[in-house]
Structures are given as structure tokens and as C-alpha cells.
Design a protein around this ligand. Sequence first.
Ligand SMILES: C[S@@+](CC[C@H](N)C(=O)[O-])C[C@H]1O[C@@H](n2cnc3c(N)ncnc32)[C@H](O)[C@@H]1O
Length: 288
Amino acid sequence: MKSETALSREPQERAREFEFNDSDFQALRALVKEMTGINLAESKRELVYGRVSRRLRALNLSTFGAYRQLLKTGDGSELVAFCNALTTNLTSFFRESHHFDYLRDEVLVPLREAGSRRERIRIWSSACSSGEEPYSIAMTVAESIPDWQKWDIKILATDLDSDILARAQRGRYAADRVRGMDAGRIGKFFKEIKDGGETSYQITPEFEKLITFKQINLMHDLPMSGPLNMIFCRNVIIYFDKDTQRELFARIAKLQRASDLLFLGHSETLFKVSDDYSLIGKTIYRRN
Ligand SMILES: C[S@@+](CC[C@H](N)C(=O)[O-])C[C@H]1O[C@@H](n2cnc3c(N)ncnc32)[C@H](O)[C@@H]1O
């Protein structure tokens, strides 16, 4: 059996398919920061090597130098593939379920009970990954407000990664992605599809009217006018440094009015980032 020291040294010592030196790592790291705001730690060297190596193979390139040259002089399409390769898309249906409970119990059910059908309700899932987050919001809307189709409710689902956004829009999930979800929910909101030996689940087409998908980079100007009553900005700012977070929430705050809500991921906080919001629950903020 290998000792712990031998195991921890292994990634550096493993023979590499491509030479990857410090200047390659620093150049790619600076580029991903400039393009996406993602601040990759020194410890992410192996991750960068692994993910970008796949691009080299796909493009039939033999060195990181040639790849960097392509990023510099190409038509920009590889820049998109490069950013897509380095973003982490981990997500799941009803992840951090207390946010969806809050949305149902404190926002949507009270609106239904007050008969506020004429109210304009806008929800933004700002780093939606493969769609589990906006579809969880949509299911919560449909469960809380049965006649939601007659209401003025819209969900905007956006992500920087164009590939993952296309998957989100398609709305088809392998069986293991829906496993663990309430069976009643699966029956109500998904169609089971059998293809050979594989079973997958297609989200109901009804949500096409409710959700709009769009590519938006949180590092750029935000192209919507607001006001946005609820913003889900979860498990994305963890990759940004504090200055980048401050700039982002200064722009986000302009899209919200007093008492609008902001949901962050479980390890994210606005402490020393924004004074425009007050913490009102577990990673739930209200616009001041
Ligand atoms: C870990 S997933 C979070 C998904 C979902 N919000 C959740 O909490 O389950 C992070 C997502 O942020 C996206 N992302 C990273 N940098 C971004 C940026 N600058 N602008 C928009 N999206 C970004 C990634 O493409 C990825 O899909």
C-alpha cells in the first residue's frame, strides 16, 4: 500500500502527456480571471492541466504554447470553449432545499392567498448550470400557485457556459439526476423516456412559457432593467475574489428594490461585500 506522502506527491510526479510549466498555468489562470472572474488558486494547477488537456486533444495540438497562441490569435470561439472547460457546473434539483421552502412559504403562497395575480413577479437564476435550479424554482411556483399560467411570473435562467446552458434548455436528465426527488414531483413535472436500456426524464414543456434561457457573464454589464423580485446567485461567487464580488453586487443591487430577495450558496456571504442587503435567513438576504 502507498504511504500518504507518496499518494500526495503522485499528481506532480505522474508522467504528463503534455508539458505544462508555471508560465502556462499563470497565463491561463490570468485569462480565466479576466474572462469569467473566477479566481483559481495555486492549488488548481492539476485541475487546469486536466481540463485544458482535453481541449488540446480535441484540437489535435501538441503543446500548451500552441494552445495559448490559438487563444490569442484565434476567432474567439476557443476562448468560449476554454472558459466552458474551466467552470464547475455541479448542481442538483432542490439543492439547499430551505431556499425553495422559503420561496413557497414566505413568498408564493402568501401571494396566492392575497390573490395578487396582477403582480409582476420576476425571478433570476443567475448561474443556472444545467437547469436544475431554475426548474426547481419553476416546480415550486407550479406547486404553490396552481393557476400560475394566468399570473405574470417569469424566470430568467442564465449562465456563462454556453454548452451547459444548451443542456439546461433541453431539460432532459439521466435517471440519477432525478433520483431522490419526490416521486409525485417526478410524475407531475417529467416525462419518462426509454431509449434502449437507458431511462431519462424530460421536463414538462409547460415550463417553456415560464423560463427564458440566456447566456450572461456576471463579469459584464447586466443587460436587464429589473426590478427583479428574487435573485438566485448560488455557488458561483465562491470562485470570485472580494473586489469582484463587491463590483458584482453593486450592479445586482441596482436591479432590485427594497424588500426584494437574494439567495446565495451555502458557503457564500455578503459580509464585507455589500451593505445594500440584510441577512434574513440562512443565506437569504433582503434588499434594504
Ligand atoms: C457550481 S454551478 C452552480 C449552479 C447552481 N447555481 C447551484 O447552486 O446549484 C456554478 C455555475 O456558475 C457558472 N459561472 C461561472 N462563472 C460565471 C460568470 N462569470 N458568469 C455567469 N456564470 C458563471 C458556471 O458556468 C456554472 O454553471
